[in-house]
Design a protein around this ligand. Structure first.
Ligand SMILES: Nc1ncnc2c1ncn2[C@@H]1O[C@H](COP(=O)(O)OP(=O)(O)OP(=O)(O)O)[C@@H](O)[C@H]1O
Ligand SMILES: [Mg+2]
Length: 469
């Protein structure tokens, strides 16, 4: 046991039992005489007490000393980590009215919360996890959004574990929490200013350094300042597969939050351009939430489609947690479901030799998923079967493509008769669906007839494998 551990054991003796108890995830100290612990997402008041305010402050000072930070009347807040990686935040009185107030977020080993475990808790579905795994392989840019303590960092860590081993990863964090184990990973942590107020390194400084250090992908632990603009730039400039977390309650709110944060810096980018950059940079938003029953769930996996003519972000929910009921002891029942929306980049799976059964996206919903008050995604499927929904693609040219018969690699050449038949079938679709097809085709670089043909083929294959329920 190191010196730090020993002194922690002495100074934090009143809560040592909870530090050692693996079922406790958080310890909350509201002054010396009120200590709460969190187990399974629920808080309970304990009998534990510090001798007095002096003993509690001594413990906090001791921790500060070991991490070479200060906590005193000049610096009444502390952010630090215990030797086992647990995160601690403390505020001294008089700002903390009940006495020194501390939260200790226990360190959970990466192995403790694997995708398998999250699936077994019902935090995410197997399909949702599989989809995200493929999206990481395809180097999609992902933002994990959620409220405080909703599980954002935990989830980002899991996504980080999927990053390709041959790539150079730069991880930038405020205080190291992520445990991304890859052969080529470089980690940066922010640095507080010294007693003269000098030598500080912010997330923004470090993201800028990371960009100049030949990254393949950049991971920003938490985006909460003007570094949002840098991350967006990273994502838009060829470092696909970059990721970060941000505080927001819905996928569209996450984009609005990034926008707000990006404008906090010295940017002079017009808002409309910034919005387009954000919508172009972020491919997916994964929404984490701590539900009323204390459980933590991924509530949305949403694709960012673009910005509409009113400047609103358009997203389509690919997977979403749907509550179906509640048990007598107030446990929330429900499951993550495919929302019947096919991601606009679905073609990229096949092109890159990846397989994801189209049936897993679910049936088209009667009412489209609306994220942030604005509907998105248009089903273009026939009424009977699994979806042939095509997400709108604002970047698409929209101009009808002309069938030439010359096929792109992996795309079958269509006979004139086949083209005629497909055009007749397309004529039955509504204008919105037709537009969606054109946009999808433009994005995939194939003719609209080839695009529709491929969709129908996939739909047939999906139905063949798994009959619609
Ligand atoms: N799916 C899950 N099921 C159960 N517990 C979870 C789940 N995800 C995270 N946790 C636990 O919840 C706590 C908070 O997780 P995490 O630190 O990832 O949240 P966060 O959203 O990053 O919080 P903050 O906003 O404070 O940064 C941790 O103790 C973590 O082990
Ligand atoms: Mg976090």
């Amino acid at each position: 046991m190191g010196v730090f551990d020993q002194s922690i054991a002495v100074f934090l003796a009143p809560v040592k039992e909870y530090l050692d108890d693996p079922s406790v995830t958080e310890i909350l100290i509201n002054g010396p005489a009120e200590i709460w612990v969190e187990r399974k997402g629920r808080l309970t008041l304990t009998e534990a007490k510090f001798h007095d305010e002096g003993a509690l402050q001594a413990a906090v000072r001791n921790i500060a000393q070991f991490v070479k930070r200060q906590i005193d009347s000049q610096h009444p807040q502390l952010d630090a980590r215990l030797p086992d990686g647990s995160r601690i935040h403390a505020v001294l009185p008089p700002s903390a009215r009940k006495g020194t107030t501390v939260a200790i977020r226990k360190f959970s080993k990466a192995a403790d919360l694997s995708f398998e475990r999250l699936i077994s808790f019902g935090s995410i579905s197997a399909e949702g996890a599989e989809f995200l795994t493929l999206c990481v392989t395809l180097a999609k840019n992902i933002i994990v959004s959620g409220g405080t303590g909703s599980g954002k960092t935990t989830f980002l860590n899991l996504l980080g574990g999927l990053l390709p081993k041959e790539e150079r990863l730069m991880v930038v964090e405020d205080a190291s929490e992520l445990q991304i184990t890859a052969p080529h990973v470089v980690c940066f942590e922010t640095k507080a200013a010294d007693h003269e107020g000098k030598g500080a390194l912010t997330i923004r400084d470090l993201v800028r350094s990371a960009m100049r250090l030949r990254p393949d992908r950049i991971v920003v632990g938490e985006v909460r300042g003007a570094e949002a603009l840098d991350l967006i730039t990273v994502m838009n400039t060829g470092h696909g597969g970059s990721m970060g977390t941000t505080h927001a309650n819905t996928p569209t709110d996450a984009l609005v939050r990034l926008e707000t944060l990006a404008t906090m810096g010295d940017t002079t980018i017009p808002l409309a351009a910034l919005r387009r950059q954000i919508a172009g940079a972020v491919h997916l938003v994964v929404q984490a939430k701590r539900l009323h029953d204390g459980s933590r769930k991924i509530t949305h996996i949403s694709e960012v489609l673009g910005v509409d003519e009113h400047g609103r972000y358009e997203t389509q929910d690919i997977f979403k947690f749907v509550q179906t009921g509640m048990t007598e002891d107030h446990k929330i029942l429900g499951e993550m479901r495919g929302m019947g929306n096919i991601p606009t980049f679905y073609e990229e799976f096949a092109v890159n030799g990846l397989h994801f059964d189209i049936a897993k996206f679910g049936k088209p919903q009667k009412q489209k998923a609306v994220a942030g008050g604005h509907s998105s995604g248009h089903g273009a499927g026939n009424s009977a079967g699994h979806t042939a929904g095509v997400g709108t693609n604002p970047q698409g040219s929209g101009s009808p493509s002309v069938a030439t018969g010359a096929a792109a690699p992996g795309v079958p050449a269509l006979s004139p008769q086949a083209i005629q038949a497909i055009r007749a079938a397309m004529a039955q679709l509504n204008p919105q669906q037709q537009q969606s097809l054109q946009q999808g085709a433009a994005k995939s670089g194939v003719t609209v007839e080839q695009y529709y043909h491929l969709l129908l083929e996939k739909q047939k294959a999906a139905k063949g494998k798994k009959p619609a329920a």
